[in-house]
Design a protein around this ligand. Structure first.
Ligand code: GDD
Ligand code: MG
Length: 352
């Protein structure tokens, strides 16, 4: 009864210019590791979940990319959403779809665009979570030891006494706090980052939707008999325009009271920015990190460089820069000014 839903509908805006809305981060090999992030994610699960139980939920426009990158998956397991509504509708949809087939299914909901270095620990922890979630009819989250007040993550505080080995009841789940609050969370030493991976039985998460998102739930519940039949597409096209755009973190996790946490360390990184890519890459003796086969560096230190293999990039005299070359865009940006890029990109798009 073990299932996985890999969420792959995000647009990965922070890895511009390598990541584009038409070809976002999860479909890229950001670290030049030989596989794209979604390929790594899929492979990580095939180690311990039957391939026929692994689903990819993504936007319609990415279905062909998924087929191309994951030739081993049955096309029926690629689930297309007609519009971008964030992760709550995505979870509701896949949960109802799997529940129609297997009411006792236990489900891992996972992002498609993260880095996990220690796959053995990841497998162990996920299997423990699946087991616990099924027995306790509860939700399990995975908590990562935080290192700085990142405002893009969820923060989880748990009870001090474990309820089972390495398993704690969650006290508070706060999604994307503002900087001041994030700082107090970090200072308290009492919060972990939400890894964005959730484990539960489909029956439990459906109950939570009934309770905390009754309107959205109603949309899916009324059409559920059509899932896994030829009428599914039409049903989903009726449902999605009516769904609120909201993430599972705000929609359910902040509200639910039966949430548990496993403190986990399996070499996790959200790989959210070029700086985090830099942190996860090997550096040369001057601290430069290079993703690309055809890069020559002279008299430069601590740069993050990403370049296509079919183009020579020669760099001289830069310290602490991000340099990202693509077919049509070249980005050269001070490493500590990376957050500002977003604004400029928005402007470029407006002017086009
Ligand atoms: N199918 C589908 N549809 N997938 C989506 C959609 C959607 O509308 N929106 C986002 N996704 C996918 C993304 O591609 C990503 O793999 C995953 O869902 C999570 O979405 P993000 O948009 O990346 O979420 P986040 O990073 O802001 O926050 C989440 O992850 C953090 C850890 O990285 C939250 O769960 C945080 O609490 C958590 O700390
Ligand atoms: Mg993310």
């Amino acid at each position: 009864h073990h299932y996985v839903a890999i969420m792959a509908g995000g647009i990965g805006s922070r890895f511009w210019p390598k990541s584009r809305t038409s070809y976002p981060k999860q479909f890229l090999d950001i670290l030049n590791s030989g596989k794209t992030l979604i390929q790594w994610t899929f492979d990580r699960f095939t180690n311990f979940i039957p391939t026929e139980n692994i689903y990819i939920v993504t936007s319609e426009e990415y279905v062909d990319i998924v087929k191309e990158q994951l030739p081993g998956i049955n096309p029926d397991n690629i689930v297309a959403e007609p519009s971008r509504k964030n992760t709550a509708p995505c979870v509701a949809y896949i949960s109802y779809k799997i529940a129609q087939k297997d009411p006792e299914a236990s489900l891992v909901v996972a992002p498609s665009d993260h880095l996990v270095l220690d796959t053995d620990t990841f497998e162990k922890v996920t299997l423990q979570a699946l087991d616990f979630a099924a027995h306790m009819k509860s939700f399990v989250t995975l908590g990562i030891k935080p290192t700085y007040p990142n405002t893009g993550y969820g923060y989880i505080q748990h009870e001090t006494m474990p309820v089972a080995e390495n398993m704690y009841k969650v006290k508070v789940f706060t999604e994307k706090p503002d900087l001041e609050i994030a700082k107090t969370f970090i200072a308290s030493g009492d919060f972990l980052w939400n890894a964005g991976i959730f484990i539960w039985q489909v029956s439990s998460i459906i109950k939570a939707f009934e309770k905390y998102q009754p309107e959205m739930n109603e949309l899916f519940a009324t059409e559920k008999e059509k899932f896994n039949t030829p009428e599914e597409k039409a049903a989903i096209e009726r449902i999605y325009p009516q769904c609120t755009n909201i993430s599972i973190d705000y929609a359910i996790m902040e509200k639910a009271d039966n949430v548990y946490l496993i403190p986990a360390s399996f070499g996790w990184s959200d790989l959210g920015t070029w700086n985090s890519a830099y942190d996860n890459l090997e550096k040369d003796y001057l601290g430069n990190a290079v993703a690309g086969e055809n890069v020559m560096i002279v008299d430069s230190t601590k740069c993050m460089i990403s370049a296509p293999d079919n183009k020579l990039l020669l760099l001289q005299g830069l310290d602490d820069f991000i340099v990202v070359d693509t077919e049509d865009v070249l980005l050269v940006c001070k490493k500590d000014k990376e957050q500002e890029i977003k604004e400029y990109v928005a402007e470029v798009k407006r002017n086009k």
